[in-house]
Design a protein around this ligand. Structure first.
Ligand code: GLN
Length: 298
């Protein structure tokens, strides 16, 4: 391939990778080059600079070039390295699951702070449902913090549940999570959760169908469409989740949803229409978009 010549040291390899990716139109090429190289060399990014004069072996050069080539074609970095950091935890990621986004950290943090603010009795045996668990980031990060909770992690995708179970094992919470293959809330009846659930949290697919084509190539060509496509106006899942959540949650139970950048008000109306919730709150993400909608079951 000859992108990186024999005898190249780490510092130069980063620069060569950066230039290559920049040429291919990849965003943040410097960081991406560092991430790929640190994956190949099994080093932290900071170590690359501590060992910047070390030369790459031919084997390492080949592996790095292969990664650059794939990344240049648009394959997302997380699918190449098999991982992604979420709330400072390194999650296993593979094609077939949505790559965790920073906004979702906010969703989890909000749920955690609401739960921490609840009385001790509420915390004793909490049942939590994570709808559309994907890689399991939400289920796992909540399960880790609440020793007495039971999380029901639901997804229609077998592949997603496989990855989510691996993450549960990685973070030692496999005995606290029940994985359920099915559509939204199909688990409620089978698991006897009607009126017994304390939290329903979800980052469902919310992109309107006709906007999928307009997404960046690396999203639309590589990430699972079922994790993205929210139907004609992007709100299909909310229409399904919200009325069922009203049946499922206990009094005082929490509904917490991530929404598309312009969907919060529409989702708020869907929640109001059930007449079953109070204290509907909307939180903005770091970019200033209304991103999280939460409500408490009356
Ligand atoms: N819950 C997972 C996440 O937030 C997957 C979401 C999805 O597939 N839409 O990343």
């Amino acid at each position: 391939m000859n992108i990186v010549k024999t005898g190249t040291d780490i510092l130069n390899a980063i620069k060569i990778g950066e230039d290559y990716l920049k040429n291919k139109g990849i965003q943040g090429p410097h960081l991406e080059s560092e991430v790929l190289l640190s994956y190949i060399l099994k080093k932290e990014r900071i170590e690359l600079y501590m060992e910047k004069d070390i030369m790459l072996s031919d084997e390492e050069i080949n592996a790095f070039e292969e990664m650059l080539l794939k990344r240049g074609e648009g394959v997302p970095t997380s699918y190449l390295t098999g991982s992604r950091e979420f709330l400072s935890m390194d999650f296993i990621i593979a094609p077939g699951v949505l790559i965790p986004r920073a906004e979702t950290e906010l969703l989890v943090e909000e749920v955690i702070s609401l739960l921490q603010g609840c009385g001790e009795s509420f915390k004793e045996h909490i049942n939590i449902i994570d709808l559309g668990t994907g890689s399991g980031i939400i289920a796992v990060s909540i399960a880790r913090l609440f020793p007495t909770c039971r999380v029901y992690a639901v997804d229609i995708s077998k592949k997603a549940l496989e990855i989510a179970s691996l993450n549960a094992v990685r973070f030692n919470v496999e005995d606290k999570i029940t994985f359920i293959e099915g559509d939204f809330l199909s688990c409620i009846q089978s698991c006897g959760l009607e009126g017994k659930t304390h939290v329903i949290v979800s980052n469902p697919p919310y992109i309107p169908t006709d906007q999928i084509e307009t997404l960046q190539k690396e999203i639309k060509d590589y990430e699972p469409i079922t994790a993205l496509d929210g139907g004609r106006d992007g709100l299909d899942c909310y229409r399904e989740i919200i009325p069922s959540a009203a049946n499922c949650l206990i009094k005082g139970g929490i509904l917490a949803l991530e929404v598309g950048y312009n969907q919060a008000q529409a989702v708020k109306i869907l929640i109001e229409e059930t007449k079953s919730f109070k204290s509907i709150t909307i939180k903005k993400d770091y970019a200033g978009y209304e991103r999280i909608v939460m409500a408490i079951r009356k």
